[in-house]
Every structure is written in C-alpha cells, then in structure tokens.
Design a protein around this ligand. Sequence first.
Ligand SMILES: Cc1cc2nc3c(=O)[nH]c(=O)nc-3n(C[C@H](O)[C@H](O)[C@H](O)COP(=O)(O)OP(=O)(O)OC[C@H]3O[C@@H](n4cnc5c(N)ncnc54)[C@H](O)[C@@H]3O)c2cc1C
Length: 333
Amino acid sequence: MDNKIDYLIVGQGISGTCFAWKSYIGKQTFKIIDKENSFSASKASVGIYNPITGRKFNVTWNVDKLFNELKYFYTQVEKILDEKLLFEKNIFRPFKDNSTINDWNIRLASKKYQKFCEKINDDGILTNTSGYLDVKKFLLSSKKYFDKLGRYKRENFDKNKLKIKENYFSYKNEEFKYVIMCTGISEKKINLFGGIKLNGVSGNSIIIQSKMENKNIINKGINILPIKKYVYHIGSTYYHNVIDEGPDELVNKTKNLIKDDISLIDSRFGIRSTSKDRRPIVGEHNKIKNLFIINAMGSKGVSQAPYCSEKLFNYINEDKNIDKEINIDRYRS
Ligand SMILES: Cc1cc2nc3c(=O)[nH]c(=O)nc-3n(C[C@H](O)[C@H](O)[C@H](O)COP(=O)(O)OP(=O)(O)OC[C@H]3O[C@@H](n4cnc5c(N)ncnc54)[C@H](O)[C@@H]3O)c2cc1C
C-alpha cells in the first residue's frame, strides 16, 4: 500500500494555510509544519482586502478573479470551522484638498473605478467591495483544526533532511509526493529557490482603543479598521530593514487623523516578502520536480493567497496553466 502523504506544506502563514485548506477541500492528504516565528507577516497583518490600493489609487491586478476567489474560499473555510472570519466593510477616504477631489472625479470617469464607488461628496469618497479577514482567528483556528487531525506540527524545517527520491520526497520519517514551500521572507535563508530574488519590507500594525465611533475603514495614508466597538486595528508602516521600529509612527499618524485620545493595546511587527515586479511567485522548482513555492504576497496576502493556492493546486492536479504574471517561470531566462 502507498503510505505517501500528498503534500508537505512548509509554513503556516496565510499562504501555507490557504494551500492546506485547498488540499483538505480537494480531499488530498497533507502535513503542515511551522516553526512558529513570532514575527511573520501574517501575524502582523491587518487583514484588509481592498480593490483600490497604493499612493496612486490603482485598481488591483486581476481584481474580479481575486476577489471572487477570496469570498468563495474563506466562506468555505468559515463553514468547516463554523466561525466567522471574513467581514465586508466599505472604505472611506477623506479628501485632503480640492486637487484630491478633482483627481477622484477624473478617475470616476472610468468604468473600472465607477463600480467601486458607493458615495462621493465634498468630504470624501466611500468605496465598496472591500473588507477584512480576521487573520489571527483564521490562522489559529486552522492550526487547531489541522492539529486535531494530526496534520499540523510545530517544527523548524531543515532542508538537509529533505531527501529527493525518484518519484517522491522523504522528510525525517515520512514520505511525500509534493513539497510546497510557503515560508515568506525566510525563503531567503532556506534558499531552496536560489534564482528568485525576494525583498523584505518590514512594518508594524497597532491595536488601539478610542472613543471614536465609526463603522467604515478610514484610509488616509494609513488604514483604520474598526474591529469591535471602540477598538481599531491600524496599519501599516513600510521599512526596508528588518528592525522593529515600534508603534510610534503609527500612533502619531493615528492621532493626527482621528484627533481623539487613543490608548495603545498592542503593537505587531512582521516582514513582508515581495518580488521585483510586486506579483506573487508561484510554481515549480526548475531542477527538482514536485517541489513548489507560493511566495511574495507583498501587502496583499489575504486576497492573493487563495487565488495562488487554487492556481497551484490545479496545476499539480489538472495540469492547468499558472498565469504568466505570477508564474515562477518569469524569473528564468
Ligand atoms: C504590518 C503589516 C500589515 C499588513 N496588512 C495587510 C493587510 O491589511 N492585508 C493584506 O492582504 N496583507 C497585509 N499584509 C501582508 C500579509 O501579511 C502578507 O502578504 C502575508 O502574511 C504573507 O503570508 P505568507 O504565508 O506568504 O508569509 P508569512 O506570513 O511570512 O508566513 C511564513 C510562515 O513560514 C514559517 N516559516 C518560516 N521559516 C520556516 C522554517 N524554516 N520552518 C518552518 N516554518 C517556517 C513562519 O513561521 C511563518 O508562519 C501586512 C503585512 C504587514 C507586515
């Protein structure tokens, strides 16, 4: 009898967890391991998905497909876990000055922006099709669920223990058909996929309490996300180093924006992994067959990880193509 487990998934951040659910729902076997790094990007994530992002308010790449998949995917997981994880919330962007109003009126001449506009007046614009994933709950509840099934283990992956056999891998005392590396910025150190260049962008998010009452996400340089009455999750900062700069920058920006007393409840730090062209990296190792990667989620792990997991799962099981924009092949000459 073949005792091989289908997948060894390394890393239980948003990416590894999404792929694990994909295999669970697809009735395949897996084991997911994580060293439980307290500074992972996923642990700092505010969890927002937003169709219009960045300083230039660009419409997210592949927004329709990504957002359809994210809703379908997290709703399936909610049903299995019997927990609410995904919340819809509009985003209010206050206007800074008249030129900001003009810029938005120009954008709204285009259909690709119109469909996201809920309301616009002299104070700002309210956009829709956004919300947030309770990332902490998603990761913890998934871990507990997989652990109960005997499929999760806290473990530091040691690449020297991964042995490549003819048609499978052995890792410690188990055998796997496929290995999926979802280790975020740690891939730089593990270095199984030497050809790809990952950059680390560190940052903080904070949880605060304030008397302010607001039901929408407020976006002005930072995102202020209401998670409970008087409690907000706020992000993010972006630094090109690996040092935890602490919560000060965010606390100051928050005070400037909501002009109210706030008290800091928690500060989180993580390092995002990004690629040169800011797209995820998904696909197979160029020399080691059946060794795969899902990485470089940048600032959009919540919306990109379900889509990338779906693409990789279908590539492995149905030989379907992975879109060229996210395919690891673009880094091969
Ligand atoms: C401050 C901040 C705010 C953010 N806000 C948002 C947001 O609002 N919306 C959004 O979509 N995205 C946001 N992001 C980005 C998002 O968090 C990332 O895109 C996403 O978490 C990446 O997930 P990942 O699983 O690919 O990587 P990671 O989260 O880095 O996970 C990698 C996992 O691999 C494990 N690992 C590493 N090495 C090993 C090893 N040797 N052995 C075993 N396990 C290992 C780690 O412990 C970790 O759990 C934010 C990021 C930061 C830092």
